[in-house]
Design a protein around this ligand. Structure first.
Ligand code: AP5
Length: 191
C-alpha cells in the first residue's frame, strides 16, 4: 500500500500526471477539484455552495473538503493505494488526512511537488480555458489569484510534511512523459 500526494500550483500537471500514474500503478485517484465539479454538475447543495468559491479561485472551506475526502476514502474500501490530487491544500486538511489515514492504519509515503512557475501555470490554464468549460480558467486575474492562494495557504502544507522526510520536488516544466518517468522513479524507490 502506497499513498501519494501530488502537490503543486494550479496547472502544474497534478491531474495529468495522476491519470498516467493510475494507469501504471492502479492507484485510486482522489481529486478534490474533480469531486467538487461532480457535485456542482449534479447540482447538490454542496456543489452549489462550493461553486461560489471556485469561480473566484478561492479555497472551499476546510469542513466541506475534509468531509468529502473522508467519505471518498471510506467508499474506496480495500485498495492498493491513493493518489491525492489537490488535497490537502491547508494545514488543517493535512492534519485531518493524517488522522483519517492513521485510523485506517495507513499514512502518506511521499509528497511529490511539481514545480511550475506562475507564468507557465497561467499560460497553460489560459490555453485550457479556450476550449474547456472551466470558468476559473477563463479569467487571467482568477488564474493568478489561484496561484497566490497556493503561495499564501498551500505551500505551507509541504512544510508540514517536511520533517517526515517525505517531500520530493520534481521539475514540472517539460515533456509530460519525462515528468511521469521522474514521478515513477520516486514511487518505485519507496521501500
Ligand atoms: P483544482 O481542480 O484542484 O484545480 P487547480 O489545482 O487550481 O488546477 P488544476 O487542477 O487545473 O491543475 P493541475 O495541476 O491538475 O494541472 P492539469 O494536469 O489539470 O481546484 C479547483 C478549485 O476547486 C480550487 O480553486 C478551489 O476553489 C477548489 N478546491 C479544490 N480542492 C480544494 C481543496 N483541497 N480545498 C479547498 N478548495 C479546493 O494541467 C493543466 C493544463 O496544463 C492542462 O491543459 C494540461 O494538458 C496542461 N499540462 C499538464 N502538464 C503539462 C506539461 N508538462 N507541459 C505542458 N502542458 C501541460
Amino acid at each position: 500500500m502506497q499513498n501519494i500526494i501530488l502537490f503543486g500550483p494550479p496547472g502544474s500537471g497534478k491531474g495529468t500526471q495522476a491519470t498516467r500514474l493510475v494507469e501504471k500503478y492502479k492507484f485510486v485517484h482522489l481529486s478534490t477539484g474533480d469531486l467538487l465539479r461532480s457535485e456542482r454538475k449534479r447540482e447538490t447543495k454542496l456543489g452549489i455552495e462550493a461553486q461560489k468559491f471556485m469561480v473566484k479561485g478561492e479555497l472551499v472551506p476546510d469542513s466541506v473538503v475534509i468531509g468529502m475526502i473522508e467519505s471518498a476514502v471510506q467508499e474506496a474500501g480495500d485498495v492498493t493505494g491513493f493518489i491525492f490530487d489537490g488535497y490537502p491544500r491547508t494545514v488543517p486538511q493535512a492534519e485531518a488526512l493524517d488522522a483519517l489515514l492513521a485510523s485506517n492504519e495507513m499514512s502518506i509515503d511521499r509528497v511529490l511537488v511539481l514545480d511550475v512557475n506562475e507564468e507557465e501555470s497561467t499560460k497553460r490554464l489560459l490555453d485550457r480555458g479556450k476550449t474547456s468549460n472551466r470558468k476559473d480558467d477563463q479569467d487571467e486575474s482568477v488564474i493568478r489569484g489561484r496561484y497566490k492562494v497556493y503561495l499564501d495557504y498551500t505551500v505551507e502544507v509541504a512544510g508540514y510534511y517536511e520533517p517526515k522526510g517525505i517531500v520530493v520536488n520534481i521539475p514540472g516544466e517539460g515533456a509530460i512523459e519525462e515528468i511521469t518517468e521522474l514521478l515513477a522513479s520516486e514511487i518505485e524507490a519507496i521501500a
